[in-house]
Design a protein around this ligand. Structure first.
Ligand code: 5CA
Length: 442
């Protein structure tokens, strides 16, 4: 992508309304724009990151055996009356009336709708286990939308729903999502800690929140330090196998959110292993048995020929919130530092002297080579000051910068800067290309 043809509305001033660094940086880097309280447009740079996050979430959901579909944002109130949640959900639900005076709502979550789909088709234990998910916009009329997209009113969520014949099978479905979540967040370079959590309006008796430790996190959390160094389950994880040992290893050390905190249990661990911090909830998984299937009549035939309500769980990932969490976890004074897996582009190619024939030619050739190699490059071909170019590249945080100017090119060299470390190297054009390509494909 050529910067001259891209839409990257960088803000010079630090926006006053933004209280936390991720919100400030997303506004300054032209990634999002607030349209109403807690409702944002995703500008091209932000949208690219959102898609990358979605893709990782999708790949890991698919790997764990979940099947993707897409449900609408608008739901009928009648469906929610069946579960009893229409009135219970309160003011957080955005209620709408259509032209026929039918009561509708903008979905804050989809337990009812997925249960309706399930009961419409599935009759037998032979069709289980089943886990269906989608990535769709949700609306919750939060009392205090804040911190930008971190606590929005409209936000993008991945929500999966599992259906099993009994509690034991449902536990396996829960474990699969638990492990998929560990992998998902690790692939984004995040350390997410599963913590025992309250179930709130979703319900159920078993639940974990996946928490990123960050000073600006909204919740107080408590955990054992050992969880910070646990190894993530690898690519070779067999999701059909018994995942209990993995889940046990992650749930045995103490970890709980404020609502579930047990001071005595926490104090029983050695003082130097106690972590009391703040955290950002990027995922939340629930097992709630027959809470929805029973009232909504989602039943299946067992192998013995009896009919039973199906056991369910639901599993959410805050896809849009993750972008804020990623920035909170990885930035410096100059701006964002994206991990390569979610970076909007991999390389920023800086032409220090557009209009200079030799520099233009070298940059064009590099631009094409990167594109042909499947490496996403943002080519700053704009006629602006070098200082402004560097500041913009640092702000938007692409993993590598390749800086080319007439002086270096006279000697056949360019500069490569690694955003995360700030390390700079002067290399031949060939060596610079190879270095970046190898680093991104290793
Ligand atoms: N149906 C269940 C799981 S599928 C559910 O709705 N769970 S939830 O309420 O915990 O939300 C799932 C995830 O969405 C949360 O872990 C959080 O990361 C994200 N989320 C929730 N509310 C917001 C919000 N207002 N803004 C941004 N992300 C949010």
């Amino acid at each position: 992508m050529r910067l001259s043809r891209f839409f990257l509305p960088i803000l010079k001033e630090t926006p006053k309304e933004a209280e936390i660094v991720s919100h400030r940086l997303m506004l300054r880097a032209g990634m999002i724009r607030q349209q109403s309280a807690g409702i944002y447009s995703w500008l091209p740079l932000g949208f690219r990151v959102l898609r990358k996050i979605e893709k990782i979430v999708e790949e890991e959901q698919n790997r764990a055996g979940a099947v993707q579909l897409l449900m609408p944002t608008i739901q009928s109130a009648d469906l929610w009356r069946e579960s009893g949640r229409y009135d219970a959900y309160g003011k957080e639900m955005l209620r709408i009336e259509d032209r026929h005076e039918r009561e509708m709502l903008f979905g804050p979550t989809n337990e009812e709708m997925i249960t309706d789909i399930f009961r419409g088709y599935v009759r037998s234990y032979k069709d289980l286990p089943l886990n269906l998910y989608h990535i769709q916009w949700k609306f919750r009329d939060e009392v205090r939308p804040r911190f930008g997209i971190m606590r929005g009113r409209e936000f993008l969520m991945k929500d999966a729903y599992s259906f099993d014949i009994d509690k034991e099978a449902a536990r396996h479905a829960y474990n699969r999502m638990f492990v998929a979540y560990l992998r998902t967040f690790a692939r984004m370079g995040l350390k997410a800690i599963p913590m025992r959590a309250d179930t709130g309006p979703i319900g159920g008796d078993m639940s974990h929140e996946f928490i990123i430790l960050a000073a600006t996190g909204e919740s107080a959390v408590f955990c054992d330090k050992s969880l910070l160094d646990m190894a993530t389950p690898g690519l070779d994880t067999d999701f059909a196998s018994d995942l209990t040992p993995i889940v046990d290893s992650w749930t045995t050390p103490y970890a709980a959110t404020e609502e579930m905190h047990d001071e005595a249990a926490f104090n029983a661990i050695p003082e130097d292993a106690r972590v009391s911090a703040r955290g950002i909830e990027v995922g939340h998984i629930f097992y709630f048995g027959t809470k929805y299937s029973e009232p909504m009549g989602a039943k299946v035939m067992t192998s013995e020929g009896t009919e039973v309500p199906v056991h369910m769980g639901s599993y959410g990932v805050g896809v849009s919130r993750l972008m804020g969490a990623l920035i909170e976890a990885s930035h410096d004074e100059e701006g964002i530092i994206w991990p390569a897996s979610v970076a909007p582009f991999h390389v920023g190619l800086i032409n220090l002297k557009p209009g200079d024939a030799e520099t233009d030619q070298a940059c064009e050739a590099l631009y094409q080579r990167f594109e042909n190699a499947g490496i996403e490059v943002l080519y700053d071909d704009a006629d602006t000051r070098a200082g402004a170019k560097f500041a913009t590249m640092d702000l938007i945080g692409l993993p590598f910068q390749l800086i080319a100017g007439p002086r270096g090119l006279k000697d056949g060299v360019v500069e490569v800067k690694e955003r995360a470390t700030g390390a700079r190297e002067t290399l031949t054009v060939e060596a610079a290309f190879n270095k970046i390509r190898d680093a991104l494909t290793s």
